[in-house]
Design a protein around this ligand. Sequence first.
Ligand code: C2O
Ligand code: CU
Length: 536
Amino acid sequence: MLSRRQFLVKTFLAGTSLMVGNMPGGRQGIALRPRLNPGLLEPFVDQLPIPPLAQPAGHRLDPLDLTRAIPFYLFAMREIETKVHRDLKPTRMWGFQGTSPGPTIETRRNKPVIVEWVNQLPTRHFLPVDRHIHGAGADKPEVRAVVHLHGGRVPAKSDGYPDDWYPPGKSASYFYPNTQEAAMLWYHDHAIGITRLNMFAGLFGIFFLRDDFEEGLNLPRGRHEIPLVIYDRDFDTDGQLNYPVAPASASPWISEFVGNAILVNGKLFPYLEVEPRRYRFRILNASNGRTFHLTLANNQSFHLIGSDQGFLSAPIETTSIVIAPAERLDLIVDFADWRGQQIVLRNDAVPVMQFRVLKSGTKDTSKLPLGLRPISKIEESKALKTRVLSLDEIDDQTGNPAVMLLNRTHWSMPITEKPELNTVEIWSLVNMTEDVHPIHLHMVRFQLLDRRLFDMLQFQTSRTVHYTGPAVKPDDSELGWKDTVRALPNMVTRIIVPFEGYPGRYVWHCHVLEHEDNEMMRPYEIVIPTERTKHG
Ligand code: C2O
Ligand code: CU
């Protein structure tokens, strides 16, 4: 085995001598103001807030069927003040319609909606913008925003392309056809070069897409179906968001944010009163970079029924879950045997929130089905093409990360990935770093094939993959349709992707927002096959 240091190979990139590979830890930054220790706050004093359900502002003609009107929503991004804990002063954040997370949009399959996303943010950012980062140069307005529906099968012009940002005072109307299966999607800012700051400030929310199949399952619903949007932050001792900056550098960008305070739906250590019955929890990790390992402190088991793009084929019983940034999990927890108890949800050993189980409640008529939505595995032989794409960290001379790249290409370079509409491809994500990178492709859903150790030095010199270990099957929770996959360090992660939906220009990227903002994002284009390239 090569040691980490032996692996560091000098390379030349864009005329500069840089180190390829990475040092464990990276550049995490320093706090600008004294940092709050959330462990000193009294836990479980605030009730878990549930983001409000969005109400349409009116109706508009369906652009695909001018004989019908469809719901129209108006969502304004604004600066807000919100209490994250009883004993902290209100915190400045950015939200939608006055809340962060923003209001939940709920719709059904084949019920399209239009959302006008209005930028009413201040013209100055309250977090440290780095003018050296792609798309965030001094010639650009400091505050910009554009909203993407994560996991949505959406035409390119409504997808929230990172360069389609607009400044305060402007808006964009996006059309969401909602032709896909039931899933919990989410919307969030995607402005080039400042997404990490806009999302850290609070610009995200949930989008529930429902369908008849889901309805037929008789799962817990209404007040027994609870979204849990979980994310980490740092606060200062005044209760204000405290995004760290790189030490002694003209460029404040840090390589990864990991905070000491974990919020659920906008509160620190909230509690939720539950009846002794089944609940359905829809979990989203909205962190910039942190992966959560969640368990219940009583070691109670629960059932996983879905992930990013909808239901698994059958429930899986487990006592712990792993969820990386942008991933979603759908679970059923039965509190029937825990009347009168208090159960803490933990991330490793750290409390996140508390469930207070009441002594009695309404009769539970919901079910935990034996089977959910059947998932047919895509055969590898269906793939028209396999792309080998590396995930790279480029370090500066001091061994700190300078940029992150996909396949050693920068954001602004010409498009290299042009899958044909309605074909299947395998993407082999070759992780040359020591980090987990949650890789997300817009517009499509995919299946995880496997992960496998490989010879990194060999790949470094020849760009060919030589496996050094057996193929590792996906975790149980990864057996369904995904839109974000954890590319594990020193491994090749293979996904199989049907490019179904719409032609046009989309993006794929790492969902660690500090990486995404600093070159770990690339455009890709779904093309309509021409006669010449047509096959079969
Ligand atoms: Cu969650 Cu490119 O997005
Ligand atoms: Cu990454």
